[in-house]
Every structure is written in C-alpha cells, then in structure tokens.
Design a protein. Sequence first.
Length: 381
Amino acid sequence: MATQMMSNKATATLGTTPVIRLPKAATPNPIQPGQGYFRLRLHSAQAAIFGPFWQKAQQLLVTSEVRLYMPPFNGEPIQSLQRVRSLKQGAVEQLGLNPNLIDLTPASLDKVSVDIDFLLDRQNRLVSLARLVNDDAFLSVISLAPGAVAVAKAIGGISRQLVDTFLDENDQTSLLKFSGDFSLAAGELADAYYVILGSTFDQHPLPRPIPGPPRLQVSGNDLLLDNQPVVHWSYIIFDIDVVEMRTRELGRSEPWYDKLSQVEVQATQASNIPWLEDKDRKETWEACLKMLKDSDLLLHQSPLYLPSEANNIIQQAYYSAYQKIYPPSRSFASPVRLPAESVAQDLPGVGSLEELKSQVDSYRIATSRSQGKLRSLGMLS
C-alpha cells in the first residue's frame, strides 16, 4: 500500500502512516478471491490543524476516490466529495463521516484501491459549495446494482470537475493524503478497522514505531491510543465487513427473485391439496421446472451474486419445490419420481436427490450465519 511519510526525528515522522489494521475479532478471516462478499465504508474521520496563530480559519474538503478492478468499473476512478468544514488553528474537528464507499460486492476481483485527501483551501473558495457537499449531493457509492453504475460515474465526474474548478493547486495543501491498494489475494480485506494517521505539523509528529493493536483501538467513532482519545493527529478509519453469503433475501429487487417466488406459490398450492391427481402434480412440477430454469439464467447474469451462491439458491429452490409437490412422507397411486440422471441434467454438479439435499443443507447453515451478520450491519431486516 502506498503511503507518504518523511522522517522528522529518530522517533517521529510527518506525513501519512501506512494502513494499520485493527481486527474486530481475535482471528479475522480474510476474504479470498471468489469467496464471499465485502462492504467498505468510512467509519469516522478527524482533522487536526496546528499552524501559526495568525493564520485565519480555512475550509477543509474531504475527497475520496475508489477504483474497483472488475466490470463494469475496470479500475476507473470514481470520486466523491465527502465534507466541507471550517477549521481553526489549534483545533481538532470530528468530521461526522460514515458513508458507504463500496456497497456489498462479490469478491470476484483481485484488489480494491482507495484514495483519501484532506484538502485545506487557503482562499476559502469552498464556502459556496459547503451546503451541497454536506447534504451528500456529491457522494457516489460504488455498487454493481442495476442503474447504480451510471449514477456513480456521473457524480464522480461532476465531483472531479468541481474540485478542479474551485481549487487551484497553489491554494491548497493536504492535512492527510492516502492512496493504497487492498489485495484480496494477499488477504488484506477482512472484518477489521483500517486506520490511517496523518500530521503535517512539527509540534505534533507521528510516533515511531507506528502504534498498532492493542495500544490503538476504535471505541465508537473515536480512535484511542493507550485508552486516550487521539487529539493531535488527523485520521481516517475505514470499516470493512465480510459475509460468507449474500443470501436470497438481498435479491428482492431482481427479476429472478419474482420467478422463484412464483415457484414457491405453485409448489405450496400443490402441497395443500392432498387429493391432487398425479397428472396435475406432474404439470405443476413441469411448470415450476421451467420457471426454475428461467430463474437460473437470470440469477447467473446478476453481477451482485457469485456463481457459486447462484447455484446454491437455485438448488435450494429446486429441492424445496420438488419436496412440496412430491412430499416423501406420502405415497401416490402412480408416483412420479425424478431419477438421478434427471436431477443431474437439470442441476449440473448434482448427481442425486440425496446429494442435492446435502448441498442444500450446507447452504442453509451458511445462509443462517450470514443472515445474522447482515442483520447486525443493518442490511437485512
């Protein structure tokens, strides 16, 4: 990860520290490429300015830039304007930042890049922009949801133009400037807080060696060093959350979800009619099977789901519908059963109903774990 630091003394530095990872659990499991999903947000941020006393108040602009190395972004930088604040010399300001930078995204990429800049405007040119920026008018959340990509790119382009228009390079300086990559292959994305400290003032240099856990901790929105709030440095805290499964529930707005719901309705209606004739059960199953295949195609086209979970969702729906239409606890005058080769043909990778049941049970357990995590994050009601 790129950082900017310069030596000041043998035990102190100015500039910006490398990323300091503070795990939320004793043994955090890093996300691996192709396995699981992650969300990245700003947890909190603080700006500290300690210049000469005769300098006037200055405007601080916090910008962020995210690059997602996967289609349809393909590493294109997407900029956001996070906050504009008035800062006085000798003051420390909590910036009240906690937006999502990257919405829940499948780990089907190698790395993510993030830039953060605390820009001081010496000429106070940003006053007229403060209200719009602080109303989140220029926030672009990276999401693979339909329609979100175009919005993020459009807002990102406007944000960049505004910065170029209002801030001359000669009239700005950075309190904290960070640019870094998070590599999934190297295990750099996990359930953890990621802290970056910054200082440009000789009277408050950054310590060496750079502190880490357990000396450095996140408590609510505050950053603590040796159990005391950090008050002399600027900082940014990223919050990364990792979940094993996205779960079917988060696909409610997608067309495949509606088709699976129709499958459930038809299968449930068949299960509620004990005298339903075998030919009617067969017709119901064939209608459900067609919708399952349509759902499968649509779900595998969704950029929000990993192919492995898409398979699991369809397998679960397939098994549930079949068990409702042909419940194993009942006997039929002329039972219609699917032989193993038929199951294998309908669901590649599954050789029998017994094997299908085992895979469905494993996914159900993983889904239960993920649902609890998603609820705790406020992403699932």
